[in-house]
Each structure stands twice: as structure tokens, then as C-alpha cells.
Design a protein around this ligand. Structure first.
Ligand SMILES: NC(=O)c1ccc[n+]([C@@H]2O[C@H](COP(=O)([O-])OP(=O)(O)OC[C@H]3O[C@@H](n4cnc5c(N)ncnc54)[C@H](OP(=O)(O)O)[C@@H]3O)[C@@H](O)[C@H]2O)c1
Length: 331
């Protein structure tokens, strides 16, 4: 066998193994590797991590996973009583954590004028901040053409401008400290050209986060400031009921169903914690078939386009929301 044939065979074997491996993981292969062979979440013990959207769902379970690893926490969201519940659960399982090690800091992410004051409260309580996890956010269910522009603005106020405002304050602080880590909960919806119809403002907002935070990473690449974009696919949280619609001020109001193809929040929270501990640039987290689909849509967009035409938008909606019906308008 000549050299070229051997190289070709190795390339084909690699591609086949890659595809097979994707059928056995619930995240991208870099994260799967980090979970098995990378740094354990315990390496974050003693660090101070601020998590927004910590009162439920993914944020709550990132908080629990980090508490288990001995991380000191700042828990933020609007519902103080839910934050108190999460704090008590973190204390129950937390490694060497006392009352003082978990600060509850109620805040509305859209009230950007209060962000500096909130930041100062964190520093005056702990004397430091090591990692900011921007997790608060809301999704959407709506037909593209029906969305009131006011909804796009509400969506960006929460999912983009709130995140930018808090992160800019943190990045300035991290630059003074010469070290720091910004984490953002994006979504597979934010990954280039992925097939998630009926969430246009949400997709736009999550794509915007990728633009802003990839730019930040590239500017700080020579410093000790890291940027991690967490990209979960569908997860069993309360987010569907909380989702924006096409009308301002409205919530979608429907609960996720047990039949939906979604990951548990516990597993998602754990994988997010692994991605943070290993300072991954981007982490895709989801059950089948979303991760292989994402690989296809990102690396083989023409095949993805054909699949979309063949299967139609409702196919992609149905695999995540089995009980949700959206009208597919063609004219
Ligand atoms: N679940 C999924 O399938 C999925 C998939 C991909 C990405 N994500 C992302 O994951 C993140 C968390 O969502 P989730 O699924 O865990 O949903 P969730 O259970 O509804 O959690 C959303 C969190 O955001 C907080 N929040 C909402 N509006 C806020 C505001 N104005 N100010 C401060 N906090 C606010 C909520 O707390 P309060 O109501 O107490 O303020 C809550 O803690 C979001 O960024 C979402 O886009 C979710």
C-alpha cells in the first residue's frame, strides 16, 4: 500500500469513527473528552462564581454542580424566594460551604443601570470574582413574519444587552486582576445555520452573543481571560412556558411534555460545569439527534439545506416540542 492510499484510509477510518462516536455522546466530542479525561469540576473549589438565572432550570443546576465541587456562589435572578431555595439545596450538597459562601443577589438583568452596584456588592462580599456565568434568558415560539418589533427589542434587552452590560463591567475588573472567565449560556440555536424554526428573535439574540463573545475571545486571546459559550439543545426546564411569543409582554405559557426529546437539567448542569472547569471555547450539549445534526448543518450546509427542504420546519419543531403546533405559512 503506498503512502497516499494509507493516508486516505486513515482519513476515512477517522471520519467513520467520528460519526460513530457522535451516536454515543450527548455533547460535542471535545466536551465528551474533557468529561472523561479533562480537569474535574473540583479544580474550581474555592473560586467565586456568579450565576445569573440561578433561580430555576439550567442556572439552578449549574449552581448545584459547582456547589458540589466546593465553589463559592453568587446566585442572581428576580425571584428571591427561589434563589433562597437553590441556596439551601446548594448548602446541603456543597463541599465545605457555609452560609457566607453563597450570596443571594436579586437582580433584573434588563435593569442595566443597577449592574455596577450589583457588581460592587459581589466584590465587597467576597473580595473577588473569578467567573461570571451569564445564564438568564428566555426563548420564543412565533412565526417569523408575525413578530412585533417590540418583541425583538424585549428579547435583545434580556438575552443580549443585559449580558453585554454585566460582562463589560466584569471584563474591566478581570483586566485589572489579569485573570478571569466569562461564560455565556447561548444555545444550539446560536450555532451557525442550525435548524431551529419558530424562534427567530431568540435565534438572532443567541447568534449576536456568539458574535460579541467570539470577538471578546479574539481580543483577549493573549491574556489570561477566557470566554466559554455554552450551547445546550432542548432541556427539561420551565423555559417553554416562559418563552416570548410574537406579541410584546406575552408568555407562551405551555409546559414541556415528558414525550419531548430533551436532556435532564441535572445532566445539562453537570456538562456545563465540566465545560467551565476545562475553559472550553464552545460546548454543544444535547441528546440525539441534535449534535450530529449540528455537525451536518455547520460542516455540510448544503446537505443540511436539502434535509430542511425534505423534512420541513415542523419536523424540527416536533422533535423538541412534541405537543406544540405552529402554523407553517407558505403564502
Ligand atoms: N431549556 C432549554 O431547552 C434551553 C436550551 C438552550 C439554551 N437555553 C438557555 O438556558 C438559559 C436558562 O434557561 P432555562 O432553560 O434554565 O429556563 P428557565 O428555567 O426559565 O430559567 C431562566 C432563568 O432566567 C431568569 N430570568 C429570566 N428573566 C430575567 C430577568 N429579566 N432578569 C433576571 N433573571 C431573569 C429566571 O429567573 P427569574 O424569573 O427568577 O428572574 C430563571 O432563573 C437561557 O439563557 C436559555 O436561553 C435553554
Amino acid at each position: 500500500m503506498n503512502f497516499i492510499t494509507s493516508l486516505a484510509l486513515i482519513a476515512v477510518a477517522y471520519a467513520i469513527l467520528y460519526v460513530i462516536a457522535l451516536l454515543f455522546v450527548d455533547c460535542d466530542l471535545r466536551l465528551a473528552w474533557a468529561e472523561k479525561f479533562g480537569k474535574p469540576t473540583d479544580c474550581l473549589a474555592g473560586k467565586v462564581v456568579w450565576i445569573t438565572g440561578a433561580s430555576s432550570g439550567i442556572g439552578e443546576h449549574i449552581s448545584l454542580a459547582l456547589a458540589r465541587a466546593g465553589v463559592k456562589l453568587v446566585l442572581s435572578a428576580r425571584r428571591e424566594h427561589e434563589l433562597e431555595r437553590v441556596k439551601q439545596n446548594c448548602l446541603k450538597i456543597g463541599k465545605n460551604l457555609t452560609e457566607e459562601d453563597i450570596l443571594i443577589l436579586p437582580m433584573d438583568m434588563t435593569a442595566v443601570e443597577n449592574h455596577s452596584e450589583c457588581f460592587h456588592q459581589v466584590i465587597s462580599h467576597f473580595g473577588q470574582l473569578d467567573i461570571l456565568v451569564n445564564n438568564a434568558g428566555r426563548s420564543q415560539r412565533a412565526n417569523w413574519e408575525d413578530i412585533d418589533l417590540a418583541v425583538d427589542k424585549e428579547m435583545f434587552d434580556l438575552n443580549v444587552f443585559g449580558v453585554l452590560s454585566l460582562s463589560r463591567i466584569a471584563v474591566k475588573y478581570f483586566m485589572k486582576m489579569k485573570v478571569g472567565h466569562i461564560v455565556v449560556t447561548s444555545s444550539l440555536v446560536g450555532v451557525n445555520a442550525t435548524p431551529f424554526p419558530f424562534s427567530a428573535s431568540y435565534a438572532g439574540a443567541k447568534h449576536a452573543l456568539h458574535g460579541y463573545f467570539n470577538a471578546l475571545r479574539s481580543e483577549k486571546i493573549l491574556s489570561n481571560i477566557n470566554v466559554t459559550l455554552l450551547c445546550p439543545g432542548p432541556v427539561f426546564s420551565n423555559f417553554l412556558a416562559e418563552s416570548f411569543t410574537d406579541r410584546p409582554g406575552e408568555k407562551f405559557g405551555k409546559a414541556v411534555q415528558p414525550t419531548d426529546r430533551r436532556m435532564s437539567v441535572e445532566r445539562c448542569g453537570h456538562l456545563c460545569a465540566v465545560a467551565i472547569a476545562n475553559k472550553l471555547n464552545e460546548a454543544w450539549i444535547s441528546l440525539l439527534p441534535y449534535i450530529p445534526l449540528c455537525y451536518i448543518f455547520v460542516y455540510y450546509p448544503n446537505i443540511g439545506d436539502h434535509m430542511m427542504r425534505l423534512l420541513g420546519p415542523n419536523f424540527f419543531l416536533k422533535i423538541r416540542d412534541t405537543q406544540v403546533k405552529m402554523e407553517t405559512k407558505t403564502e
